[in-house]
Each structure stands twice: as C-alpha cells, then as structure tokens.
Design a binder for this molecule. Structure first.
Ligand code: ZN
Length: 222
C-alpha cells in the first residue's frame, strides 16, 4: 500500500470509534496528522470534549469549528431535543438521525482549512458497509465530493476513507491491527446519549457498535 510519510493529513474527527480508528490509521500513513472537529448542536457536548481529550492524549493538533448553522436549516434528532431518535430506519425514508448536507458541508470546511494550511490529504471515517442508511456515507458520494472540491479550489486533494468497505466488526479488527483495540474500546464515545466506551447500550450507534464488538470478540476468541 502506498504511504505518504512526507505529507500531512487532516482527519475529520469526532472522538468516536470510527474517526479515532481513522486517526490512528492516518498516524501510520502520514508525516503529521491534524484533526478538525465540528459542533453542530449535537445533543451532547461531551462528544467535543471527548474528541479534544483524545487529541491531547495522542498529541494531535486539534481544532473545533462551529457548523451549527446546519441544524437551523433542517430538523434532525441529533440536534433537536424534542424529537425522539429513530432506532431503526423507517421504510422508504432516512432515520431522523440523518442530517442532510452534513458530510458535504464538513468536507467543504475541511478542504477549505486544508487549502489554507497546505494540506492535501483528508481522512474521513464514513462507511458504506454498515452505514445507517445515510447517502453521504457512500463511496460514490465521496468520489464525487473529491472531484468537486478539486475543481472548486483547483487542488489535488485526496479524500481517504479507510473504513469505507469495513463493517463494524472489521473496524474493531483494524483497531486491533493498529494496536489500539483497548484504547478505542475504552476512550471513544460513539453513543448518541453521550456515554463513553460501551455507551447507553440501546441507541442506534450503541447497538451497531456492540454488535460489531461481539462479532469481533467471538472471532478473535477472547
Ligand atoms: Zn448509546
């Protein structure tokens, strides 16, 4: 696999299982890794504080950007406390945890920062294999966004998606291969209810994470 150990990368970072695994993946690939974390009115500010903490623990430059304008445009249950979070995808529509435009906006902001800092590589933890039905986690969208950002800024950005074809079990496996299985398990926050590590156990993010962990532990044998 090609490595870019003479170049820097910017990781879109939330302090969750996926983006933290991406952070460690990027640390193996690039000279210097930077992180960018977005606030957009998530229900739990613990997410940002946990991301900041992990960045500090891993000695990674960390920046937070306010993207809360997106929550003012379209209702979604990640930011609207009056909405009950869909635990399953309703037939024929997206779950109300879907924030329309989010990944496109985040990639645009990330590329803008990367442009200003002379960084060519962007890393995001989206996955098509286990995605919660979100269209902006698909490979075809990422390729299209990459082409659009390159045209928009006359740059040669490369968007890396190390988790694109991995289901949650395989994301745990990657963490293990990177030697950070325990770190990812105990320090990351994926839960929509803002609880670190094993989380609340019943929100959609916890269910997905737990199912993957169980499957991986069964395969690993302990
Ligand atoms: Zn949870």
């Amino acid at each position: 696999m090609r490595t870019y150990n003479q170049e820097d990368a910017l990781v879109l970072f939330s302090g969750g299982q996926d983006s933290t695994t991406c952070l460690y993946w990027a640390k193996q690939q690039f000279r210097q890794v930077h992180t960018l974390c977005f606030t957009y009115g998530q229900r739990h500010s613990q997410e940002v504080e946990n991301a900041r903490r992990i960045a500090a623990m891993t000695a990674t430059p960390f920046r937070v950007l306010d993207a809360s304008i997106i929550s003012r445009l379209a209702p979604n249950s990640l930011t609207d406390r009056t909405m009950t979070m869909d635990e399953k995808q309703p037939k024929g529509s997206y779950p109300n945890t879907f924030v329309p435009g989010r990944n496109l906006l985040f990639l645009t902001f990330a590329a803008t920062l990367a442009y200003a800092e002379g960084i060519r590589h962007l890393v995001t933890g989206v996955s098509q294999a286990d995605y919660s039905g979100y269209p902006d986690c698909r490979d075809t969208f990422i390729r299209s966004a990459n082409a659009t950002l390159n045209l928009a800024m006359d740059q040669q950005f490369v968007i890396h998606t190390p988790l694109m074809w991995r289901n949650k079990k395989e994301v745990w496996q990657l963490a293990d291969e990177l030697g950070v299985f325990d770190f990812i398990r105990h320090e990351t926050l994926t839960c929509y209810n803002g609880i670190k590590a094993d989380g609340c156990g019943h929100c959609p993010a916890c269910l997905l994470r737990r199912r993957g962990l169980k499957a991986y532990l069964a395969e690993r044998g302990h």
